[in-house]
Design a protein around this ligand. Structure first.
Ligand SMILES: [Zn+2]
Ligand SMILES: [Zn+2]
Length: 261
């Protein structure tokens, strides 16, 4: 089995006691690569993901300001992000976007910080990892005006109609633990209609553990449960789903190259 967990927060303090062992368990479960999302606690620290990616060969990183932390961003934040985007282990800008559920930062600030980071992604020619919650229309209005490249809609929990809109806009859909939840029939329908070359899997650990680990701390080794459910939904073998989601990630974020930084 060749699995890639396209979205992890292994820098979270919930892993302070057993981070190396967690990564080892993932490797033993067939998780070949893990993406350390670099948003951490927000600016001024922008290297939460890169610290892990430089320490562990199996990890790659993103850099970015989460919408929750948008109000902490300054001009220096964006200058530094542009520099970090050049690092050979940085494979995307993210997670960026809009979160109107928590509204931890004012909405106009979230939109401005999202736009600034789209400009940085364009300049660095990197794909983007999008976080959008209760902000679907504003997210796609901004993307429609300002983004022509590739990207990932992380933790996709929309329905088939939203999936089609995202797919038409050129995005890949990353499914996580929610796909395995009993009530998530609409999400599974979205997973059923998505073309095979636009599918990714993720844990978003330590959050949103898949069934049968639901409610516990999530970790990359559990990504197999989401792969299994996705395989069931699509009538494919789990090995096939593992391989195609790994290939999709590599095509999207590695462009055939292998970073070795
Ligand atoms: Zn997110
Ligand atoms: Zn996340």
């Amino acid at each position: 089995m060749r699995l890639i967990d396209s979205h992890t927060h292994l820098d979270d303090d919930q892993f302070d006691q057993d981070r190396a062992a967690t990564i080892e368990r993932a490797r033993a479960a067939g998780v070949e690569r893990m993406i350390a999302i670099g948003t951490g606690g927000g600016p001024p620290d922008l290297e939460a993901g890169l610290r892990l990616a430089t320490q562990y060969e199996c990890m790659l990183a993103t850099v970015g300001v989460h919408p929750h932390d948008a109000a902490k961003a300054t001009d220096e934040t964006f200058t530094r992000l542009s520099e970090l985007a050049m690092h050979q282990k940085v494979v995307a800008i993210g997670e960026i976007g809009l979160d109107y559920h928590y509204d931890f930062s004012p909405r106009d600030v979230q939109r401005a910080v999202f736009s600034r980071q789209l400009a940085i992604s364009r300049e660095a020619a990197l794909p983007i990892v999008i976080h959008t919650r209760e902000a679907w229309d504003d997210t796609f209005a901004i993307l429609g005006r300002e983004w022509r490249g590739e990207g990932i809609l992380h933790c996709f929990t929309g329905d088939a109609a939203q999936a089609r809109q995202a797919l038409d806009a050129g995005f890949s859909l990353a499914f996580g633990g929610v796909l395995t939840f009993p009530k998530a029939e609409a999400v599974r329908e979205a997973a059923r209609i998505a073309p095979a070359d636009r599918l990714l899997i993720e844990t978003d650990c330590p959050y949103l553990a898949p069934v049968p680990h639901r409610g516990k701390r999530n970790e990359p080794a559990f990504v197999i449960e989401t792969a299994r459910r996705l395989a069931e939904v699509r009538g494919q073998a789990v090995e096939e789903i593992a391989a195609l989601t790994a290939d999709n990630f590599e095509r999207l974020c590695l462009r055939g190259g292998t970073p070795n930084g």
